[in-house]
Design a protein around this ligand. Structure first.
Ligand code: ATP
Ligand code: MG
Length: 556
């Protein structure tokens, strides 16, 4: 994968800032909230932030935005770190938590109070909301807005000391209840939360700062130059600026918004992803059907393919919905280049070769990659009994069928041309086995004038190893699950997972380690799943060889 950075409007802003010597060094950050695992949308932000740091010889911090302790936990912290590393990025010694700044944030709140720019408000959450006004009507001032600095300092100190129950009081910025921007109508800066054990600060605090207050100050404390976030924060930017302008932070970061990644046939909201996990609709955050980084990894996707996908979608301010086909084709291109080829029979049908010559080879040499000599050859066992895929034989072939039919011929890839002489059926009348004869002149070559259209894959029966293969498909049947207000679960694809348990693979693959990837010829790209145990390998299909979704949808 090229991993070429494509320029974008953010890089142009940075170029200008460096040219005008506004900054010496670019500092970005990736600020996940540890309340779920990362998904492909986060990858867009990671590639943007870490990619800019890399290309401009700057730095990118990993900062956990952990101001909502009741929804967050350490497992998510660890999984996020693992995912960022797996994507190929390194925060070096710059791992931060917003909670590292709780003491400083408290001090800045005291500064605001002392300047008459913040006050303790006793309105309930409902009353605060009721007085906020609407887009067309101004809000109403809180009756507590004119408290004295002394009283505010005293109450705020006692809020911290735990004297008041949850919801009794908040600290609010004193900005403008009539502002056309609702975010500036005296936003809440602190709320009281008793009884939560924070994964970093334990029970040291019962007073928690809001995201809108914490984020700009954390950026400023870390000397972030360009604070890149998604478009929904555009209306929060005046508040972001207000915070850094009114406290004694050491720097003034600039917030720049870009559009979030939306991807067809999946959901990206953490709330919905959490629901899929908690309701057991998927097996976990790393279920290969999930758009999570851990799911994509388990699905067999490489970090390079995800980075390349992020480069291809680009960074703009325009809302958009990216085709799933773009992600799939990026993954496919990457695996086509990198994955060795192998043979696996997913729906085995036995063939007995009735006339195999006595000097027939017991193994045939096969190239590991059709376009890459550097990947070498392997020796694939061959014998008088083999398996082919049941779908490669048809007793009554549909029009245009090029594979095996009674009395017809087909080439076994890298071996002989065979002819089907006899179809053996079981008691129920189903095809149980085929008797075929080989043309001894065709081993690995086509003699003059001999034309055989179909080429099929196979596995030697005597040495083939049983395996389980999981075929994954899109998790939803429609591009925008849950659109129009319906329950997104209505749109789940009932065929998103198909488990084939009686597959037969080449013996060399039996001991492949979880994470090992290959192409099963004619079937797609696969990866060994962590559920594999020696002797019972499990393969996941990453993607098919071609985009077959539209066709299958049309066929119903
Ligand atoms: P939540 O719903 O919990 O707020 P979030 O998607 O905003 O979820 P965060 O952990 O706060 O999750 O996100 C971390 C960073 O990743 C933020 O800077 C956010 O803007 C960015 N990000 C999240 N989702 C996307 C997306 N779909 N596309 C691009 N960036 C995203
Ligand atoms: Mg968020």
């Amino acid at each position: 994968m090229s991993d070429t950075p494509r320029t974008n409007f953010i890089r142009q802003i940075i170029d200008a800032d460096l040219a005008s010597a506004k900054h010496e060094r670019v500092r970005t950050r990736f600020p996940p909230e540890p309340n779920g695992c990362l998904h492909i949308g986060h990858a867009k932000s990671i590639v943007l932030n870490f990619g800019i740091a890399e290309d401009y010889a700057g730095t990118c911090n990993l900062r956990f935005d952990d101001t909502n302790p009741h929804k967050e936990n350490l497992e998510f912290v660890e999984s996020i770190k693992a995912d960022v590393r797996w994507l190929g990025y390194d925060w070096q010694d710059r791992l931060y938590f917003a909670s590292d700044y709780f003491e400083q944030l408290y001090g800045f709140a005291v500064e605001l109070i002392e300047q008459g720019l913040a006050y303790v408000c006793d309105l309930s959450a409902d009353d605060t909301r009721a007085r906020r006004g609407t887009l067309t009507e101004p809000g109403q001032d809180s009756p507590y807005r004119e408290r004295s600095v002394e009283e505010n300092l005293d109450l705020f100190r006692r809020m911290r000391a735990g004297e008041f129950p949850d919801g009794a009081r908040t600290l609010r910025a004193k900005i403008d209840m009539a502002s056309p921007n609702i975010n500036l109508r005296d936003p809440v800066l602190y709320r009281i939360r008793h009884g939560v054990i924070h994964h970093q600060t334990g029970n040291a605090w019962c007073l928690y700062p809001t995201y809108d207050y914490t984020h700009p100050i954390s950026d400023a404390l870390e000397g972030i130059t360009h604070s890149l976030c998604t478009l929904e924060f555009e209306d929060h930017r005046p508040l972001y600026d207000w915070c850094v302008d009114h406290v004694s932070v050491p720097s003034k970061p600039r917030q720049i918004e870009f559009s979030r990644l939306n991807l067809e046939y999946t959901v990206m909201s953490k709330r919905l992803l959490t629901q899929l996990v908690e309701e057991g609709i998927v097996t976990g955050w790393d279920d290969p059907r999930m758009p999570t980084i851990s799911g994509l990894r388990r699905r067999g996707c490489t970090p390079g393919a995800i980075r390349e996908f992020c480069a291809r979608i680009g960074v703009t301010k325009a809302d958009n919905l990216v085709e799933m086909g773009l992600l799939e084709s990026t993954i496919r291109e990457d695996l086509d280049r990198e994955a060795p080829r192998a043979m696996a029979v997913l729906r085995p049908l036995k063939i007995v070769l009735t006339n195999l010559p006595a000097d027939a080879p017991t193994a045939v040499p096969v190239a590991n990659h059709p376009k890459r000599e550097d990947m070498g050859n392997r020796s694939v066992p061959f014998g008088a009994e083999i398996f082919i895929d049941g779908d490669d034989f048809a007793e009554e072939p549909p029009k245009g069928f090029k594979r095996l039919v009674p009395g017809g011929e087909v080439r076994l890839r890298n071996a002989y041309v065979i002819r089907c002489d006899e179809v053996i059926k079981d008691a129920a009348g189903a095809v149980a086995e085929l008797r075929c004869s080989v043309d001894p002149d065709t081993l690995g070559r086509n003699p003059e004038g001999r034309k055989v259209k179909g080429v099929i894959h196979w596995v030697d029966a005597a040495t083939g190893v049983p395996a389980t293969v999981r075929l994954y498909d899109r998790l939803f049947t429609v591009p925008q699950p849950g659109s129009g207000g319906r329950d997104f679960r209505v749109d789940l694809n009932p065929e998103s997972l198909c488990v084939l348990s009686g597959c037969i693979i080449e013996p060399a693959l039996a001991a492949a380690e979880p994470g090992w990837r290959c192409q099963f010829e004619r079937e797609g790209y696969f990866v060994v799943d962590p559920d594999s145990v020696p002797g019972a390998p499990v393969f996941n299909r990453t993607v098919t060889l071609r985009d077959t979704w539209e066709k299958r949808q049309a066929a119903g």
